[in-house]
Write a protein that binds this ligand. Structure first.
Ligand code: UT7
Length: 315
């Protein structure tokens, strides 16, 4: 397939490190040097499903495509206000499409997993035009008294329209179950029969373990896509990595031995917006006109599970 349109939407509320330091034992200096984040967009009166619809509409407009021409919608999401129906069904109605749709929860790697599903359906001859939407509000998952997690995240939605083409050169996915490093529990409705002990626990993270996994997984996943496509790191024009921590991005850059100019980043303004992170960055680069036709783009992401993946595509 090929990416024919992109769109993204951010909540209007911007929270600075200084604002966080008013109620947390933290500082702009700590957050900036340890993560690279200075500000993040945080949901206040917006609804995530409405942001997802708007991002999808922008991607359709960018692609010049009518919603009725879509054959499939894939939405990557970890939490939102609905338990059911799935967000992709709400998006389908919001944009006026009529095709089947599915939600996936692959944490921060959801965009890459969604591209692989779209590409596989396309290669199987089942679809021609696919809308992928990532919509995330990780700021609703964290404990806002926990300085180790809440300073890292921001919210947002982003979408791409995929159409027939051979621009996606390689996608590699991986998963390695490690459920005690990054997780959240929630209590479901009680029943008269529940006897087990249950807890409502906000997002928990062993930051250094996630950091080590991220650097290793991204280096490996990107290298596998390059090998698959028969090209070298030097042949890649743009690296778009999951915006979780600028130190993680820099460590992957060192591993790939590539110049800083190839690594685009928006973590300073956005923080980590989970699976929306990569497509928001893609949309911003696209709208800034940073990509030329024929440019080679490598993208990678990792997240809770653990899951990870990389994609290599020609613009
Ligand atoms: O999409 C995937 C999501 N997650 C990630 O990608 C996270 C990956 N991990 C990381 O980005 C980093 O591990 C963190 C940013 C989470 C933490 O950075 P670190 O350099 O690994 O710090 P640390 O956990 O070793 O903590 C160092 C110190 C600790 O204090 P003590 O024990 O040395 O006294 C923390 O309590 O920094 C303290 N600390 C803070 N201090 C000020 C932790 N968070 C903060 C904070 N402000 N916000």
């Amino acid at each position: 397939m090929k990416i024919s349109g992109t769109g993204s939407v951010l909540p209007k509320k911007v929270v600075t490190n200084e604002m966080l330091s008013r109620f947390l034992d933290t500082s702009d200096e700590w957050i900036t040097t340890r993560t690279g984040v200075r500000t993040r967009h945080v949901i206040s009166d917006e609804k995530l499903d409405e942001m997802a619809v708007e991002a999808a509409q922008k991607a359709l407009d960018d692609a010049g495509m009518n919603p009725e021409d879509l054959d499939f919608i894939i939405c990557s999401n970890v939490v939102n206000e609905y338990v059911t129906p799935q967000l992709s069904c709400i998006i389908q109605g919001g944009i006026g499409a009529a095709c089947p749709c599915i939600d996936i929860n692959c944490a921060c790697a959801g965009f890459i997993y969604a591209l692989e599903i779209a590409e596989s359906f396309y290669k199987a001859g089942k679809v021609k035009n696919v809308l992928v939407v990532c919509a995330e509000e990780p700021t609703r998952m964290t404990d806002w008294t926990d300085r180790r997690t809440c300073v890292l995240f921001g919210d947002g939605a982003a979408a791409v329209v995929l159409t027939p083409g051979d621009n996606i050169r390689s996608i590699k996915l991986s998963a390695s179950s490690s459920t005690d490093k990054l997780w959240q529990y929630r209590i479901l409705q009680p029943t008269p029969y529940i006897t087990k002990e249950e807890q409502d626990v906000p997002l928990q993270m062993k930051g250094q373990d996630v950091f080590k996994f991220a650097v290793k997984a991204a280096g490996r996943d990107i290298s596998r896509t390059l090998k698959d496509a028969g090209i070298s790191p030097d042949d890649v024009d743009h690296y778009l990595l999951h915006q979780a921590n600028i130190r993680i991005v820099n460590a992957i850059r060192d591993y790939m031995e590539q110049p800083e100019s190839k690594f685009h980043s928006n973590i300073e303004d956005h923080g980590n917006s989970s699976s929306s992170s990569c497509p928001i960055l893609l949309d911003e680069c696209n709208r800034k006109g940073l990509f030329k036709k024929g440019d080679m783009v490598a993208m990678s992401a990792f997240g809770a599970g653990f899951v990870s993946g990389a994609v290599l595509f020609e613009w």
